[in-house]
Design a protein around this ligand. Structure first.
Ligand SMILES: [Zn+2]
Length: 261
């Protein structure tokens, strides 16, 4: 059965001389590993080539057994901006690798598909913005059922007002005074920013809030990863460049470097 679906390329693995296996995220079928015959030779079927972060329409042949066939891909965006900007390239690589690493195959996640497409489109259109990374990380944690509690105590469910409260990612997030005794506090402004980002808003964030948010999402994500992400070591290399290519807001980046955002 042939189908044409919106898809995001999460990863591409060359096989032999001309074939490749691609990992796609689709809204309807979730994450799929698909086999593309002669993809690296066909400029007609795979115009512009295939790279992680490409968003477009994929023509697939569904098969009862084995990998689905990846027949054709028509990109919707021009990815030239990524070739000119290492930081934005690293952002898209990170979003895709994180998704590929944490999602199981064949579980449709339409909201996550939309969130990833939005994050990539934003990164293509504008200078690298760490809020895009945080927003997507929170969306992904939400879909996976690992989003920390932000507005209620994660133990007893008590609603928490706009005050600094105890917070422990490992225990599940925010804690009321009774359950959070001895835990370090998270500023209310950070908790509020996380809630806004999760809702798809782009609040103004100062450097310390950005750093706390990055630490928070990384603390939630790192235990879920079976291995360190390659794209994160790329961020570290960017941060080590003499020019201020890294902004310190990337996962694994060094706080206090750069600061263009
Ligand atoms: Zn409580």
């Amino acid at each position: 059965m042939k189908l044409r679906v919106p898809a995001i390329v999460l990863a591409v693995h060359p096989v032999g001389e001309a074939d490749l296996i691609a990992v796609l995220l689709t809204a309807e079928h979730g994450k799929l590993r698909v086999a593309a015959r002669s993809a690296r030779r066909s400029k007609r079927r795979f115009a512009g080539g295939l790279g992680a972060g490409a968003v477009g329409d994929a023509e697939l042949t569904a098969r009862a057994a084995g990998l689905w066939r990846f027949e054709e891909f028509a990109p919707r965006h021009d990815h030239a901006a990524l070739g000119r900007d290492l930081t934005r390239f690293a952002y898209v690589a990170y979003l895709c690798e994180l998704t590929d690493t944490l999602l199981a195959e064949h579980h449709p996640e339409p909201a996550l598909f939309a969130a990833l497409a939005r994050g990539i489109a934003r990164t293509l259109a504008k200078p690298a913005d760490p809020r895009v990374l945080r927003s997507f990380e929170l969306a992904l944690l939400g879909e996976l059922g690992h989003l920390p509690a932000f507005d209620t105590c994660c133990v007893c469910g008590t609603a928490l007002g706009p005050v600094d409260v105890a917070f422990d990612v490992a225990r599940g997030g925010a804690l009321c005074p009774a359950h959070g005794r001895g835990c370090s506090a998270l500023p209310a402004v950070v908790r509020h920013a996380a809630i806004e980002l999760r809702a798809g808003e782009m609040p103004e964030l100062d450097t310390s809030v950005r750093r706390r948010l990055r630490e928070l999402t990384q603390a939630a994500i790192t235990p879920l990863l079976p291995r360190p992400l390659r794209s994160v070591s790329f961020f570290a290399q960017l941060a080590a460049l003499p020019r201020e290519a890294g902004d310190g807001s990337a996962p694994g980046g060094q706080p206090g470097r750069g600061g263009g955002h």
